[in-house]
Design a binder for this molecule. Structure first.
Ligand code: NAD
Length: 410
């Protein structure tokens, strides 16, 4: 598999060729400010001790405190976390929110842990990193396999260690623990606003046939939102496989089936296919919402979608980007399309710092303004530079970072 950090660096380079930026800016952004690896010793339920490897990468705080989720996955390593941290810097600049970029993780398959072990591991991650975290320093959030409940354990642990119980050191918390209205669905909702702003410009029909890869927090809400708006979600997948219904899936039934069995696979009235076959389905819109490196040089030729909108981070490699651009298949990049998550996370942080609680209508109203404005801005930038939407999004972000870093000499 391609190294995601190499891909992120390549994207940075390619954007700096689409529009010229100071070589010092690009050189600075090639190097995360800080990479931290920690050992997290956990007493397992059977009495044995296991030591897990955890990470926090603080990429850039030029525009505000480091911000970015925490991933629990057996394949998570420092290169993945570095890539995700760089993308967070770019994403926060794209959304024009006052945050920098960071990311965290633990190499673990959380499905193999009991709830008690998971709680001890999550508290252990905060314990090991409590010096570098904090509302004005570094503010984590959920990512793959991390949940609002885990965020609540982490906020509680941080409060015990530091006395800061504002909750503003982490976002994506449950509502009762200071979470924001709308955070659970924010990533998909933000993407839906981008879709609304760009649908016609990208030549998509009013009613689309949609395929969603990944049925977790990002993917299931996306399937639900597009369905509610009258589009046909004809296929979805998870790590166990994919299901198809040519007439459109009943997403409420898919969600119920996943809740009952742990997977979307096996729902009555649907046909099962593999994740590779999913890529080759004839559709208007393909939404990757799982992991990195799903669309690559070796499989890009099978893609039949008219447009790809990236809810996952890093699902398309630079080589695949070029092949898709050459075929006229637009890719709406992760750092724009999934920026709704970090935007509402930032709203949560702001509410915690100011002791406020906004209504869902306020949250989505502010989110919509940002997503529609930046989608149009990036589309226009791509048109004027005659380049793809990813390079255009990086160009917009780099312009804002350059401005913020002009006076700093670090
Ligand atoms: P999640 O853990 O809730 O769900 C991940 C989903 O992907 C699961 O359904 C899993 O079964 C599936 N999956 C894993 N491997 C797969 C494979 N090889 N093929 C198909 N499906 C597979 O995670 P999430 O929070 O929904 O995150 C998904 C993606 O969205 C990640 O790239 C994440 O970084 C990105 N993202 C999430 C948020 C957020 O707010 N949660 C925000 C921005 C970006």
């Amino acid at each position: 598999m391609p190294n995601p950090f190499d891909n992120a660096l390549l994207q940075l380079n390619r954007a700096s060729l689409a529009k010229s930026f100071s070589p010092e800016l690009i050189e600075r952004l090639r190097h995360p400010n800080r990479e931290i690896r920690v050992s997290i010793p956990i007493r397992m339920d059977d009495g044995t001790l296991r030591v897990f490897e955890g990470y926090r990468v603080e990429h850039s705080n030029a525009r505000g405190p480091y911000k970015g989720g925490i991933r629990y996955h057996q394949d998570t390593d420092i290169n993945e976390v570095k890539a995700l941290a760089l993308w967070m810097t770019m994403k926060c600049a794209v959304a024009n929110i006052p945050m920098g970029g960071g990311k965290g993780g633990i190499t673990v398959n959380p499905k193999e842990l009991s709830k008690g072990e998971l709680e001890r591991l999550s508290r252990g991650w905060v314990h090991a990193l409590s010096d570098v975290l904090g509302p004005k320093k570094d503010v984590p959030a959920p990512d793959v396999n991390t949940t609002p409940e885990i965020m609540a354990w982490m906020a509680d642990e941080f409060g015990k260690i530091t006395g800061d119980t504002s909750g503003a050191m982490i976002t994506g918390k449950p509502l009762v623990n200071g979470g924001s209205e709308g955070r659970g669905t924010a990533t998909a909702q933000g993407g839906f606003y981008v879709f609304g702003a760009l649908r016609e410009k990208l030549g998509l029909p009013q009613m689309c046939r949609v395929v969603v890869q990944g049925f977790g927090n990002a993917g299931d809400h996306a399937a639900e939102l597009w369905t509610q708006a009258g589009h046909a979600v004809i296929a979805v997948s998870d790590s166990k496989g994919a299901i198809v219904s040519d007439a459109g899936l009943d997403i409420a039934a898919v969600t119920a089936h996943k809740k009952a069995t742990g997977s979307v696979v096996g729902l009555a009235g649907t046909r099962m296919i593999s994740n590779e076959e999913l890529l080759a389905l004839d559709c208007d819109l393909f939404i990757p919402a799982a992991l990195e490196n799903q669309i690559r040089a070796d499989n890009v030729a099978v893609i039949r979608a008219k447009v790809i909108m990236e809810l996952a981070n890093g699902p398309t490699t630079p080589e695949a980007d070029d092949a898709l651009f050459a075929r006229g298949i637009a890719v709406v990049p992760d750092i724009l399309f999934n920026a709704g998550g970090v935007t509402v996370s930032t709203f949560e942080w702001e509410q915690n710092l100011n002791g406020q609680h906004w209504t869902e209508a306020e949250v989505f109203g502010k989110l919509r303004t940002i997503m529609e404005r930046e989608a149009t801005n990036i589309f226009d930038t791509a048109q004027s530079l005659r380049t793809d939407l990813r390079r255009a999004a990086f160009v917009v972000a780099l312009g804002r970072l350059e401005e913020a870093m002009r006076e700093s000499h670090d």
